[in-house]
Design a protein. Sequence first.
Length: 363
Amino acid sequence: MAKKSAPKSTKKTKGSTFISKVLKALFLLVLIGGGYMAYMYYTSALKPNINTAERKTRYIYIKHDATYADVLQELKDKNILLDVVSFDHIAELKGYKNKVTPGKYFIKKNMSNKELVNILKAGLQEKVTVEINNIRTKEQLASRVSKYIEADSTELLNLLNDDEYCMNNFKITTEQILTKIIPQDYQYNTWAIDAKTFMKKMKQAHQEFWTKERIHKAEIQNLTKPEVAILASIVQQEQQVQKAERPRIAGVYLNRLRKPMKLQADPTVIFAKGDFNINRVTYNMLNDNSPYNTYQHEGLPPGPICVASANAIDAVLNAEPHNYIYFCAKEDFSGFHNFTVSYTEHEKNAQRYAKALDKLGIK
């Protein structure tokens, strides 16, 4: 009779039980570690890290020669980050520290470190629109432009007053440099624009504006391009309300230049005084010996009294042909003028306008 084999034991050995416990423990540690790492990644990379306490639109401006340390300092100075250390960690991981791109960057509410670093690293900056209009002086131009681009007002003003720079790059004196500026909105792909780059843009726009047709019209008027802009600046300041009247006013001044007669333009007196709040030119102001005072000096002033608009320039180029020598603002304050060839009639017009100013107490 065959022997029955002994039944196999169903109990685990002590060794196998120990290994099982170790594996379970290791699995649990891995699980905990993975969860911790995931939490740490979320905290440092994905969790919103922008300080929205002020709830305002936030921008940072990175200059053309800025380093990562400069960027980090900018973020600190503007109190943009809730946690600077976590941002610095993500910037290191994503290799941003050696890829700083200058420009103006929009910081959104609830943006994470990862989102912010990605935008900065990719150079996804805001485009810039420089609005140039209603500029009277070089100082005003420099101040206005510096609000839109990296170049500060001093840097730009130094160029505008640099004789060598203006002559070498624009073939013009510093007194006439504003005749090279065409008022309009200028688009730039970056905020990081220096003064010379800005002026190159102005030169290009000026060249594009002065088409063959405009140059031909200037030649017909026997004026150079700077002279057109200077006269246009006077016409613009003389008529700021009813722009359709500008070609007629331009015709008066061209008639005076051809006689020749002094222009006797009130806006040049105001420019000579340097007080743009003057509402009424009085006789005692006419004695100012400034070269810009066209009551004292014949011909055009040495430079423009404002940055002439395209409309004013075209008004000169398309000046209305007539025989008028005099004009005076109408006493109804409509913005229109009375025109005449007679000095006697002009005096009557001027007296009526003066009485209207007196009645309103305008001095």
